[in-house]
Design a protein around this ligand. Sequence first.
Ligand code: HEM
Length: 283
Amino acid sequence: MRAICNELIDDFIAEGQIDAAARYTKHIPVRAIAHMLGIPESDSDLFVNWIHMILELGIKDENTLLQAVHEMSAYFSAHIEERKNKPTEDLISYLMNARDKEGNPLEDSHVLGSLRLLLIAGIDTTWSAIGSSLWHLARTPADRERLIAEPGLIPTAVEELLRAYSPVTMAREVIKETTISGCPVKAGNMVLLSFPAANRDPKMFPDADKVVIDRRENRHAAFGLGIHRCVGSNLARMEMQVALEEWLKRIPDFTLDPAGTVTWSQGTVRGPRQLPFLLGKAM
Ligand code: HEM
């Protein structure tokens, strides 16, 4: 992760004026997942495009969504077939060798579904979280300076940044008529699980709307709650920590570029998609 971050920084550090979403945050999770799955990093653009088609365009256009799912399935099926003759040391082969409780191998469709889910769940979530964190630090020099002086505080700050700028909102279908906080819901209704709103609940968090980078008690719900809680939460935390550590070591001073516009994603995952920065005192 450190090598990936530094390679990205090397590429733009001399420029002074960059879009940090396009040049940095976007690439980190895709490359990490490519390494884990054992697929070429050079296919990263394909993955980013599928995620955009599924999570953003796909919300309003089912054909685009289906096309992306179809392309993704064909891509991973080819990788599964390849590994049947030539097993590898990566996560794809690991899933293919996994056994269920009865000792049976997982069906190809199960391996394929797991790979699709990892890609969909692991990329723009973390990209968004790193982006919102840098956006916050660009606008809050006091927090930036404190993290540079006390890098040991970065893991605590990451939890607070996850709480304050939670990237993910999910939904559920109601299966049985019930009442939630006084609101009746019927079977078949859809409900949104707004983890970002829960994370700003003043009953749970004192000064809920303030970003307190050394907040000690922080039982946030950015990774969800219950049986579907994020399986990649510790990977995401590590990626965020390393991305911030490496950035702050080499770019201690940066601000939003007043000549540019910050844009945010639409849909169930929220994060900056354009992040124009001016880099000062880069090292
Ligand atoms: C900051 C980054 C991330 C955030 C905020 C996040 C958030 C979430 C949330 C809120 C859920 C629960 C969804 C629900 O209740 O239906 C979830 C599930 C999941 N996440 Fe993450 N996630 C992140 C990164 C990752 C990464 C890096 C991976 C893997 C590479 C990953 C894999 C998954 C998977 C597979 C699930 C589904 C678990 C299940 O349904 O049992 N996530 N994530």
